[in-house]
Design a protein around this ligand. Structure first.
Ligand SMILES: [Fe+2]
Length: 248
């Protein structure tokens, strides 16, 4: 590992303002419809920590989130902020932001003809899907630690392996809560199709194992055939700490 700068100039050029008043009634209506489609399934199948976070950060089912208001509620809890960015970030900027407890957040919302899937993340995926978990203290520490570790890496192989840890936790994470499988990854929270696939038994659920996760190739264009269930969020924080010892 070598040290890589994580100072603000690694990401400053990607930061933008969210002009909340510029959203149209139609865009608020799309958010409303997306939330109302997802909530019945999530009330049954989402991690309690996700549902707690949703209320804690003040998300409204009726209108698009004002990221400054979300951050005002989130920051006193875990130090995280939901920070507007211009779009897809290069890896060094992305990891520098995670290291600073800033979650890079897109501000555009999908159109009505792409309600189920967008190739690039939008505000629904980023805020509805990701940000509620950032109110959980252990998940919050895990995500910052993950960013710091990745920011220190230079080998593409190492970054690819660490990318799998992100994929099987932050994006497609599942957890056993009181003996029941619950979803907490944004790719499952924000997608009805992906979540249905998992909660109806379409994916094989294995116990979380760091080495297996680091060695499992990801195919982003298919429903996930295998997912890794954790028992607690401490488990992935510990895994992120141990991951450095598994790299070249
Ligand atoms: Fe995501």
């Amino acid at each position: 590992m070598s040290s890589v700068a994580t100072e603000p100039n690694a990401y400053a050029s990607y930061l933008i303002q969210q002009d909340w008043n510029a959203y149209t009634p139609e865009q608020h209506a799309i958010w409303r419809e997306l939330v109302s489609r997802r909530m019945p399934q999530l009330e049954q199948h989402a991690s309690a920590e996700y549902l707690n976070g949703f209320h804690q950060i003040g998300l409204q089912p009726t209108e698009l989130p004002d990221l400054a208001a979300v951050s005002r509620r989130l920051q006193p809890v875990t130090g995280w902020q939901s920070t507007p960015v211009s779009g897809f970030l290069p890896a060094d900027a992305f990891f520098a932001m995670l290291s600073a407890r800033l979650f890079p957040t897109t501000i555009w919302i999908r159109s009505r003809d792409a309600m189920e899937y967008t190739p690039e993340p939008d505000i629904f995926h980023d805020v509805f899907g990701h940000v509620p978990m950032h109110a959980h203290p252990v998940f919050a520490d895990f995500l910052q630690h993950y960013g710091q570790l990745c920011a220190s890496l230079t080998q593409p192989d190492d970054l690819e392996r660490l990318g799998r840890l992100f994929w099987f936790t932050v994006e497609f994470g599942v957890i056993r809560e009181r003996g029941q499988l619950k979803v907490y990854g944004s790719g499952l929270i924000s997608s009805h199709g992906e979540c249905t696939h998992v909660v109806t038994g379409g994916a094989e659920i294995r116990d979380f194992n760091l080495d297996e996760v680091l060695n499992t190739t990801v195919n982003v264009s298919e429903m996930q055939p295998v997912l890794y269930a954790i028992e607690s969020f401490e488990q992935i924080y510990e895994a992120a700490k141990q991951a450095a010892s598994r790299l070249s």
